[in-house]
Design a protein around this ligand. Structure first.
Ligand code: TYM
Length: 331
């Protein structure tokens, strides 16, 4: 069976890009009969400054959101990264196998380092910790959005280096990225960019807990183009096509059918239809998030038992790594 692993940062709410590009797929993979593990990567989120009280809340909010989206702790291992210390241990080990030039050109670093004045070292080595997350569980498949591709490639690279130097240990993992545009949901304000939680234009991003009227407002203001037909042409018409993809994903309707059904209306009216579908789809999720957040003890219990399960695999694999490298004391 495949060993599936993925992670998400607990910085703020899930947005529609995270949801459609990753979490929705994660819930589907739970029923594939594979071994699935999903991690709230709090150690990654501190690569940019976090307020401790807010970070703690965000971790719980992310856990509640993952459950509300349909992740089931009976089927998936769900845990918080910092509860399993082997992540940082393997992260250090891998950082000793990784050259500096290999990291400097990676997109997430280039993007984020522009927004902070003094760039923390952690932001630079961030992708190495991500590789450690994946390798620690010897994951074979990593479901992510398109923006993570280069981080997965780094993971493959570090796995090969380790295997070559110290003997076959890690599988070469495979990035599971949707081939149509759900892997890259675009900003509503600038379809050349991906939807992102750090976007300064608040109308660019739909958050999963946005109120219905806020969602309607944001989609009404979505940037399209001067053609009023509704078509799916991601290259020529990225704005409208993005709405078509969102519409298709939230309504579970194939893209061709969505376009066919919108033949008689213009983009202005179509936006209202998309907004309605998004509101409809997110409503039960929004309510479920509130319910899960109200049961904090249940969340804590679930994350603790998830960490316990993850730790067993992590400990076994880190021992193997250290032994192969000559670290520590072994008989
Ligand atoms: P993060 O927290 O930024 O995003 C979580 C997931 O959402 C996807 N995503 C998108 N998909 C489609 N369209 C978008 N506009 C969009 N924006 C975000 C991301 O691709 C991701 O799959 N470095 C990772 C977290 C991480 C990780 C890992 C992932 C840490 N360790 C190990 C996989 C395996 C990140 O920052 O994701």
């Amino acid at each position: 069976p495949r060993k599936i692993f993925s992670g998400i940062q607990p910085t703020g709410q899930l947005h529609l890009g995270n949801y459609l590009g990753a979490v929705q797929k994660w819930t589907q993979l739970q029923n594939s009969g594979d071994d699935v593990t999903y991690c709230i990567v709090d150690m990654h989120s501190i690569t940019i400054p976090q307020n401790p009280a807010v970070l703690r809340e965000n971790i719980f909010e992310m856990a509640a959101t993952m459950l509300a989206c349909g992740l089931d702790p009976q089927k998936s291992t769900i845990f918080v990264q910092s509860s399993v210390q082997e992540h940082t241990e393997l992260g250090w080990i891998l950082s000793c196998l990784c050259t500096m030039p290999r990291l400097g050109h990676l997109p997430q670093y280039k993007e984020k380092s522009r927004t902070v004045k003094d760039v923390p070292l952690g932001l630079y080595v961030y992708p190495v910790l991500q590789a450690a997350d994946i390798m620690l569980y010897k994951a074979t498949h990593v479901p992510v959005g398109e923006d993570q591709l280069q981080h997965i490639q780094l993971t493959q690279h570090l796995s090969r280096i380790f295997n070559t130097k110290f003997g076959q240990t890690f599988p070469i993992c495979h990035a599971m990225i949707d081939n149509h545009d759900a892997a890259r949901i675009r900003s509503l304000r600038n379809p050349a960019k991906k939807m992102s939680k750090s976007d300064l234009d608040t109308k660019a991003t739909i958050n999963i807990r946005d109120a219905p009227e806020v969602i309607v407002e944001k989609i009404k203001k979505a940037v399209t183009d001067f053609t009023s037909d509704v078509t799916y042409e991601p290259e020529a018409r990225p704005g409208v096509s993005n709405l078509v993809v969102i519409h298709s994903m939230v309504s579970g309707t194939p893209i061709e059918k969505v376009v066919e059904e919108a033949r008689a209306i213009d983009t202005g009216r179509y936006k209202l239809r998309v907004a309605e579908a998004v509101v409809e789809h997110l409503k039960p999720i929004r309510l479920a998030i509130d319910e899960h957040l109200a049961q904090k003890n249940d969340l804590i219990h679930l994350l603790e038992s998830g960490a316990e399960r993850a730790r067993q695999v992590a400990q076994q694999n880190i021992v193997e790594v250290k032994e192969k490298m000559g670290l520590g004391i072994y008989r």
